[in-house]
Design a protein around this ligand. Structure first.
Ligand code: ADP
Ligand code: ZN
Length: 625
């Protein structure tokens, strides 16, 4: 049975191996058991229900909340040669009838439905009369009030047990803590014997980087400059900012589209469509953008402002790298952000209890920003996951920050805050420390303080970083009632009296920047192949346009890169490429062979590449047995 599944994995999807828990989930579903699958975004949940639906007799039902997602999935499945359809109100009446007929005739492997449609009596009785292989409930956290996206319609899904006895059910979600998991199973009326598969939260292909904000726009441009042509999302806090950043990027030759809730619906729809269908589009957005974005090749998510919490950050950055290829979660943050976020919490309408929770979440996020140990481990720990060792793919692992005994510097700073009366923001306090001659200093007579000029040896950037760190470590807080004036906490006394030492991180941005490419190298397009790469992408774009699907539905980047690397010369060699299954081979194989070996690119026989190709072929056929 599992051998058959593996064969289909290769023939239909063009993949050689199952990922993590996929195989176990499949085995359980094929054995007819109810299952709960909790896997992070991009882990490959869809395959868990698609394959058993294809393999078991009858049609697999997929309950899914978002119509746009259904269309994408069905489109992608049809490209793979799978008999899939969706039934919803966007279809014309006769089209709906055609699909209902197909369901009756048992001519579908998979049928996608929104819960409200499924629960209509006529749909239920239609389905009662046919063979069902499986019922998958996607985004299953929607059934729970504990989850973050409760939907009333999901509550009715418990009837499926009695209406379709004996049909195995599978509930899938990317985010559910222990309480939510129990709740999902209870609300869906799963037996206590249902098998649970919970994968960790780790997204190893995403590289996390956090930098001190110096000049956000310049930093963002430098970051994007190294990633020209890649698709990604830039998150900013305000609508105005999304527009100004998009404008700036467009002026530099990027394709950037602003997106926020204040834009008309059709503009938003067009932008989202372009993001999905065109190559290398950057969306500059508020948090209004993202829900239901199922684009696998988002290469980066950049934050130029702080997100609300670690959870929000994880969810937003999780939209990158669903295809498993290297992706970047990049953020700059500065003191102003912290002060502003605190103010926003304080000024909000929420009650005190709620504000306390929000402040706690913000503190957790700040603490994470300032960590001096592996960033991924700290992130996973937040979700109760334990990574046994450092990840090697975050900024802290790649360029470990130097920490130093910062007691003296901390004393200088705390003392300057104290002597200026705890009524000024970081800018002025740092001016005093560095012995600046400003009007404000003269006005307050601060040039006569004993702390005046005692910190001239350090830059403004370094002092700002120290202020942030002292905040995170709990020695300083920003007084929100006084527009961010710095104040000492009770703990600060011990430092001033020399009873406590403080360790401070030298800020990464102070040191020369090292760009590590270790993980990317394998996938990187060699500059000498740039033209051919563009040709392949153009070929993909043309085919996508013809088929009316986004480019990544034709082939993922990884597949194109592998073509570039291996230069298959026959359809047979093409089939060995990751992501090329039988259906896609028949449809697109020839076009890509042409693109690879057009007139200007003949591969001479006996070229250096050919022997290694032979070896790879051998390896693959060896794996076949
Ligand atoms: P999820 O629903 O868990 O967010 P998807 O099912 O959309 O994730 O899968 C994410 C990507 O990973 C898809 O592009 C899918 O084709 C790919 N994928 C899934 N399983 C495998 C596998 N075994 N090998 C290679 N790629 C896979
Ligand atoms: Zn790390």
């Amino acid at each position: 049975m599992l051998q058959h599944a593996r064969d289909l994995l290769r023939e239909v999807y063009g993949y050689t191996d199952f990922r993590d828990a996929q195989e176990e989930v499949l085995a359980a579903a094929l054995a007819g058991r109810d299952t709960l699958v909790v896997m992070p975004t991009g882990a490959g949940k869809s395959l868990c229900y698609q394959l058993p639906s294809i393999m078991r007799p009858g049609t697999g039902l997929v309950v899914s909340p978002l119509i746009a997602l259904m269309q994408d999935q069905v489109g992608a499945l049809r490209q793979l040669g799978v008999r899939a359809a969706f039934l919803n109100s966007t279809l014309a009446y006769d089209e709906q009838w055609r699909i209902i007929e197909a369901v009756r005739a048992g001519a579908l492997d998979l049928l996608y439905l929104a819960p409200e449609r499924l629960l209509q009596e006529d749909t239920l009785s239609l389905l009662a009369g046919v063979d069902l292989s499986l019922i998958a409930i996607d985004e299953a956290h929607c059934v729970s009030q504990w989850g973050h996206d409760f939907r009333q319609d999901y509550l009715g899904l418990d009837v499926l047990r009695d209406r379709f006895p004996g049909v195995p059910r599978m509930a899938l979600t990317a985010t559910a803590d222990a309480t939510t998991r129990d709740d999902i199973l209870a609300k869906l009326a799963f037996d206590s014997g249902a098998k649970r598969f919970v994968s960790g939260f780790d997204r190893p292909n995403i590289r996390y980087t956090v930098r001190a904000k110096t000049d956000a726009n310049a930093q963002l441009r430098a970051f994007l400059e190294e990633r020209r042509g890649e698709a990604g999302i830039v998150y900013a806090m305000t609508r105005k900012k999304t527009e100004s950043i998009a404008e700036m990027l467009n002026a530099r030759g990027f394709t950037a589209l602003p997106y926020h809730a204040g834009l008309p619906g059709d503009v938003r729809a067009t932008s989202q469509g372009r993001f999905l269908r065109e190559d290398g589009v950057i969306v500059v957005a508020t948090i209004a953008f993202g829900m239901g974005i199922d684009k696998p090749d988002v290469r980066f998510v950049a934050h130029v402002d702080l997100p609300k919490s670690v959870e929000a950050y994880y969810q937003e950055t999780g939209r990158s790298g669903r295809d498993g290829e290297p992706a970047e979660a990049w953020m700059v943050y500065g003191l102003q952000d912290v002060v502003r976020m605190r103010q926003m919490v304080d000024m909000s309408e929420a009650d005190d209890q709620h504000k306390r929770i929000e402040r706690g979440k913000l503190d957790a996020l700040l603490g994470w920003c300032e960590v001096t140990t592996c960033r991924r481990r700290a992130l996973l720990r937040h979700f109760g996951d334990d990574l046994p060792e450092d990840c090697g793919n975050c900024d802290v692992c790649l360029t470990p920050p130097e920490t130093q005994d910062g007691t003296t510097a901390a004393q200088k700073l705390l003392s300057a805050i104290y002597r200026t009366g705890q009524r000024f923001g970081a800018g002025h306090v740092i001016d005093v420390l560095r012995g600046k001659d400003t009007e404000k200093i003269r006005q307050w007579g601060h040039e006569r303080l004993s702390t005046y000029g005692i910190g001239a040896d350090l830059s403004v950037t370094e002092w700002r970083s120290f202020v942030r760190q002292l905040m995170v470590q709990g020695f300083v807080r920003a007084d929100d009632a006084r527009f961010g004036a710095l104040r000492l906490t009770a703990d600060a006394r011990a430092v001033l009296r020399g009873e406590r030492t403080v360790r401070l991180r030298k800020d990464a941005s102070v040191k020369p920047r090292v760009r590590t490419v270790s993980q990317r190298e394998v996938f990187e397009v060699d500059p000498k192949d740039q033209d051919l790469w563009e040709t392949l992408r153009q070929c993909r774009r043309d085919l996508a346009e013809e088929a009316g699907v986004p480019p990544y539905v034709i082939f993922h980047d990884a597949t194109l890169k592998e073509m570039l690397h291996r230069r298959p010369v026959s359809l047979e060699e093409m089939l060995a490429i990751h992501g090329v299954g039988q259906a896609k081979l028949e449809r697109y194989g020839a076009a890509f062979l042409d693109a690879l070996h057009g007139e200007e690119n003949p591969e001479p026989a006996g070229a250096p590449g050919s022997s290694s190709q032979g070896e790879i072929r051998e390896e693959l056929s060896w794996q076949d047995h």
